[in-house]
Write a protein of this length. Structure first.
Length: 63
């Protein structure tokens, strides 16, 4: 990537951060709301997170 492209990306990211008072919690909440709206619209496909398998024991050598 060229230097000017990186500078432009950084500028955009700073502007987005400033819109939410540089508060990561506000930014995450905003993106979660957008995701809800996009999911409801049915216009977009989302990859669901993998199921939680933390309660399944690991296989051992006896298996």
């Amino acid at each position: 990537m060229k230097s000017y492209e990186l500078n432009e990306i950084r500028k955009i990211r700073r502007n987005i951060s400033a819109r939410f008072d540089h508060d990561i919690g506000k930014l995450i909440a905003h993106y979660q709301e957008l995701e809800k709206e996009y999911r409801k619209s049915g216009k977009y496909k989302f990859a669901d997170p993998p199921p939680d398998t933390s309660d399944i024991p690991e296989l051992d050598d006896d298996f």
